[in-house]
Design a protein around this ligand. Structure first.
Ligand SMILES: *[C@@H]1O[C@H](CO)[C@@H](O)[C@H](O)[C@H]1NC(C)=O
Length: 438
């Protein structure tokens, strides 16, 4: 451990392993001849929220940065602040660009404004940079607001349950997925668009936010819920797949839809879209679908079995993790944006981060913060940030996209009923189940 600026910092093999919270805050503060390294900035901005609120961190960092220039001599102070100002601007730029949602907190915005005034007394260049940074930030936040409204509006449309959906006989009017798109590759491309759109709005801090202490002044900040929106999409896709399969009256037609979704799942796998792949498999394995024995007997399931094997949860999803590593390697050496695509099975990513947090103490017995854990959290989240930034190379098909995000889907009970209408109950348990649903 070294003793620097009045604080203990412990290193192992040149890597910071633990330190007091005070030391870590100080380590973030730029001075005339010091600027923290990028990975430290990212890691600490990401995880410090486990220990103090972002606005508190920002206030303290700005305060320290200004105060440690003070010498008592006004002119000297001004000169020294002019030297450190560009570095403070750089730090705040990294903050606003990587964690823009932190600035949904009005206190953060106020602090940013105060710093802009302060910097304005230093030099013109830094002041301009602050202005531009603030404008970019406001743009990002308003894009987030629009996205949230769009998701809410889509959910409202999808919740409307036309009477035609309630009974299968009358559902002839509802178009099915294959009447909107017959090409499995195109459908997989549109699913990939939806996945990447939604991923792009998830802030890295949202993974950590759930473990952070609750803000007693929560109303200062509009909460983000892009993680939840993304998980809702996964569930929706599973239910959509099950609905499409249970809906048709004819067995032949149901079998054709199953085969179609197997092809779509295969295309998702090839693209590296593991989240849609898993959602489709989940839909196919829901009991209203899996119990349709006569329908399944008409389907060639070889391809499906291979895909299921890839996503087999046993041994901690080892097959999937190998495939994910393969896709990640392909992405790193990609020549086209299509090869860059890696969309992880998201619930598992969240679960891994959750267990990483649970399985390891954030503080050591001496009160120091366990920075090794924070490096590990940052590693997992930054991998996600690389995946998030891929631009989807496929053409958008508005009609297909609209259908995928808005067409009504059956609830669990409705799925069971539709399933019994397709293939009647086989035993007393199923008979009872149908009776109770009616
Ligand atoms: C599963 O594997 C991941 C990635 O290797 C690891 O982080 C996690 O701790 C493992 N979980 C269990 C329960 O072994």
């Amino acid at each position: 451990c070294v003793f620097s600026t009045g604080h203990h910092m412990c290193y192992h093999d040149n890597s910071l392993v633990s330190a007091s919270l005070e030391a870590l805050i100080q380590h973030l503060v730029p001075t005339v001849d010091y600027y923290p390294d990028r990975s430290y900035v990212f890691t600490f901005l990401l995880s410090s929220r486990l220990f103090l609120h972002p606005y508190e961190l920002m206030t303290r960092v700005c305060h320290l940065c200004v105060e440690q220039q003070r010498s008592g001599d006004a002119l000297l102070d001004k000169i020294r602040f002019r030297e450190v100002a560009p570095k403070l601007v750089q730090l705040l730029t990294e903050w606003t660009e990587t964690f823009p949602y932190d600035f949904r907190d009005e206190r953060m915005m106020r602090c940013l404004k105060d710093m802009t005034h302060h910097v304005a007394r230093g030099d013109e260049y830094s002041w301009r940079a602050m202005q531009q940074m603030t404008q970019r930030l406001i743009k990002r936040l308003s894009a987030l607001g629009q996205y949230e409204e769009a998701v809410a509006a889509l959910n409202t449309v999808a919740m409307e349950r036309p009477a035609s959906l309630k009974s299968k006989q009358a559902s002839g009017q509802r178009s099915d997925v294959m009447s909107v798109c017959e090409d499995a590759f195109i459908l997989a491309q549109q699913l990939t668009h939806i996945e990447l759109d939604r991923l792009s709005f998830i802030g890295p801090e949202e993974f950590i936010q759930t473990f952070a202490m609750k803000d007693p002044l929560e109303n200062h900040k509009r909460k983000t819920s892009n993680l939840e929106a993304y998980i809702n999409w996964f569930n929706r896709l599973s239910y959509l797949v099950a609905t499409e399969i249970c809906m048709p009256v004819k067995k032949k037609h149901r079998a054709r839809i199953i085969e179609f979704f197997i092809d779509v799942a295969q295309e998702c796998f090839n693209i590296g879209n593991f989240n849609s792949l898993m959602a489709i498999i989940t839909g196919m394995n829901m009991s209203p679908v899996s119990r349709l024995k006569k329908t399944w007997s008409k389907v060639n399931t070889d391809k499906f079995e291979i895909l299921e094997h890839q996503m087999d949860p046993s041994s901690n999803f080892s097959n999937y993790r190998t495939a994910l590593r393969g896709a990640t390697q392909r992405s790193e050496t990609a020549h086209s944006s299509q090869e860059k695509i890696v969309i992880p099975f998201f619930s598992l990513l969240i679960k891994d981060i959750y267990f990483l947090n649970e399985g390891c103490a954030s503080r050591l017995p001496n009160g120091h913060i366990n920075f090794e854990k924070l490096w590990e959290l940052a590693k997992q989240v930054s991998e996600f940030l690389v995946w998030r930034q891929v631009i989807c190379p496929f053409d958008r098909d508005r009609r297909v996209l609209q259908y995928l995000v808005t067409t009504p889907v059956f609830s669990e009970d409705e799925l069971h009923l539709a399933s019994y209408e397709s293939e009647g109950p086989e035993n007393n348990m199923e008979k009872d189940s149908r009776r109770s649903l009616r």
